[in-house]
Design a protein around this ligand. Sequence first.
Ligand SMILES: [Fe+2]
Ligand SMILES: [Fe+2]
Length: 363
Amino acid sequence: MNAHNPPATGKPVADRKLNETTKMAQENTLLSPRFYTTDFDELDRMDVSSVREEWDELIASMRSDPNKGHFKRNEEWDDITIDDVPVELRTELVDFLVSSLTAEFSGCVLYKEMKRRGTNEDIKELFSYMSRDEARHAGFINDSLRDFGIGVNLGFLTKTKKYTYFKPKFIFYATYLSEKIGYARYITIFRHFERHPDKRFHPIFKWFEQWCNDEFSHGEAFSLLMRSNPKLLQGRNKLWIKFFLCAVYATMFVRDHARPEFHKAAGLDIEEYDMRVFEITNECTRQCFPLMLDLEHPAFLPTMRRINELAIAIDQANQKGGVFNRIKKVGLQLAVASKFLRLYTLPTKKNDIPAISRMVPAW
Ligand SMILES: [Fe+2]
Ligand SMILES: [Fe+2]
């Protein structure tokens, strides 16, 4: 089968009535979480023998399934309906839930396909545990959307969302980063609400502590896969690593700034929160990436802010429509590209201690 094909599609889905959240999850904008497909045969050829001891230890812990009972509602859960959510917060809370759900489910779909297509026992076992975890994460978020009467149709999404093809090495960079940044986001939010329980406007945040440990181990697995193939972390590939770091950090910065009410209700300063997440992610990625973005560089934050302002202006031009705004949008897109280039060409910090092996979550 062609590696570019998306996972097995069932019979075509008729244009049945879709709810808004399923449509939101289906969107393919620059900022929305994507579904990926890759060259599964190449991936299947990965050989982890050079990191065997660490690999076996990680797989054993995933096999023991420490979060088996975690994604179930218990007495800690406070029932909530959409009427309990302040009106000004509703749109952004739903947007946060749908975007998180799509990202979790994207992992589930990709990992499941890797497991299904694989013949390499190491690869098959790893991806069966990771798809198991992501299915639980996605399901748990979808239950919260169902409480609001707007659950996403995940089966429909699998069949209809556009799949982006990435070579395995790009899957590794992108997925490793998204797992570690996912860990950093969940733990930062959890710790924040631990300090300010009165601000916790949804019970799902109580589940984030153990949840983030799953993301942490998924990241560990990708780190081992890359380290077992050190070429991925050397030479010209360093330029790709830098590109993915810039793209993933800038996307998160813009996406979070699009949810001012959400962060206001949580009592989180978006910029502080994002910088904290970048710091944690930087620390995590020291285990394998040969470089880190310099968060303290005097041009780092101003460039991020400018990219965000331009993204807002593009969004406004989109909403207004018309010839003038279409032309304006092209100019703004060029400006974003130039700012992104500025971000990309900022000096990075060299990582002197790569390959420090497995980490324990310490945040
Ligand atoms: Fe997840
Ligand atoms: Fe994950």
